[in-house]
Design a binder for this molecule. Structure first.
Ligand SMILES: C[S@@+](CC[C@H](N)C(=O)[O-])C[C@H]1O[C@@H](n2cnc3c(N)ncnc32)[C@H](O)[C@@H]1O
Length: 345
């Protein structure tokens, strides 16, 4: 699916379903979107810069340009993740739909919903009245997804939520049965504690018989992993740099982004890729909204994102502990990526 910027603007009301002209789709604004977004962003940056080691919340990587760059990353030859997951969905979407039966699809961190297309086609075979509820902090990605889905699947009703994962749970009380989707190994961006809390919350909000489809990147050779996050075209580097461009634009941070370097390396002990912005020169990062300044030393690295890599033998017991049972495990011949179809017990 291609991004189509012609998606109509929503009315400025917040918290109410806003019908998108000429379609059956609606875009909901979660309550967090009604708060002062710059203040929330500034507070998150300040908290991250006070932490040791310093780190930033990766959710802020996804403004309009960040979402566009992420899509470009998925098309880089080194970035095997999206291609491998897409091929699994292409091959097994019909099997997945047969295993779950008809369901409303709720997707966390849906982005442009490109791969979801396979599932929408499979579920449309069950009923022409499929409902799809994508949730994402990126307004531009949601609009692009709605537009593309309306074109490719005119009968699918899209109810999109512009908000956080946390805010998505409010939707769960209104629909059943559910197939909750968490694709793209996005869960790998959460640390161990965050992902355990997230899985627990997903399980708590699903009813027995509902399903959860989880896409995870499996542990593999360090060289392959590091290449995926250091593409030769420099798109991953631009994605990291864009977080600081966003800070300059939205927070007035006055960072010289030419003095930043993208550093992505595999930590074998933690079994995760760690992405940093390294400051080549000392700089002062300003947060005028909070009247705060932070001195960053030459050579200092700020963690912008982690991407954890998984072993099925440790992930499965974790999912069982929170109340899921495995219906089917789908993986490719090289065992690079896995889709776990889980049922709430
Ligand atoms: C790694 S991308 C994956 C996109 C898509 N699911 C895919 O597989 O290509 C992560 C997506 O999650 C969204 N996201 C990140 N943190 C989020 C949060 N806390 N709440 C809601 N969406 C979030 C981003 O905007 C982005 O679209």
């Amino acid at each position: 699916m291609l991004f189509d910027p012609r998606i109509p603007e929503t009315a400025p009301s917040r918290g109410f379903p806003v019908p998108l002209e000429g379609t059956r789709s609606v875009l909901l604004q979660a309550s967090s979107q009604g708060k002062d977004p710059a203040l929330e962003f500034a507070a998150s940056v300040a908290a991250g810069l006070e932490r040791r080691p310093r780190s930033l919340d990766c959710r802020f990587l996804y403004d309009e340009e960040g979402s566009r760059l992420y899509e470009e990353i998925t098309r880089q030859p080194e970035y095997y993740l999206t291609r491998t997951e897409a091929s699994l969905l292409a091959r097994y979407a019909v099997d997945i739909s047969r295993l779950t039966g008809p369901a409303t699809l709720v997707e966390f961190g849906s982005g442009y919903s490109v791969k979801t297309d396979y599932l929408l086609s499979a579920y449309e075979a069950w009923s022409p009245e499929v409902s799809y509820l994508p949730v994402d902090v990126s307004d531009s990605a949601l609009r692009g997804a709605i537009c593309a889905i309306n074109r490719a699947h005119p009968a699918v009703r899209v109810i999109a939520l512009h908000g956080t994962f946390e805010e998505a749970f409010a939707l769960f009380d209104h629909v059943s049965p559910i197939l909750a989707l968490f694709l793209g190994s996005t869960v790998g961006n959460m640390n161990e504690e965050e992902s355990r809390d997230f899985f627990t919350r997903v399980a708590d909000h699903l009813r027995p018989g509902d399903h959860f489809l989880l896409g995870v990147d499996l542990l593999k050779d360090k060289g392959l992993l590091e290449a995926a996050y250091n593409d030769a075209a420099g798109v991953s580097a631009a994605f990291t740099g864009n977080l600081f461009v966003r800070m300059n634009r939205e927070l007035g941070s006055q960072i010289d982004t030419s003095g930043l370097e993208h550093v992505a390396r595999f930590d074998a002990e933690k079994e995760q890729i760690e992405i940093h912005a390294r400051f080549l020169r000392a700089q002062t990062l300003e947060l005028p909204l909070l009247q705060r300044s932070f001195r960053i030393e030459a050579g200092e690295e700020i963690l912008t994102e982690i991407s954890r890599k998984y072993r099925i033998e440790t992930l499965l017991p974790e999912m069982e502990t929170v109340g899921f049972r495995l219906r089917r495990l789908f993986t490719d011949e090289r065992r690079w990526f896995a889709l776990l179809l889980l049922e709430k017990g």
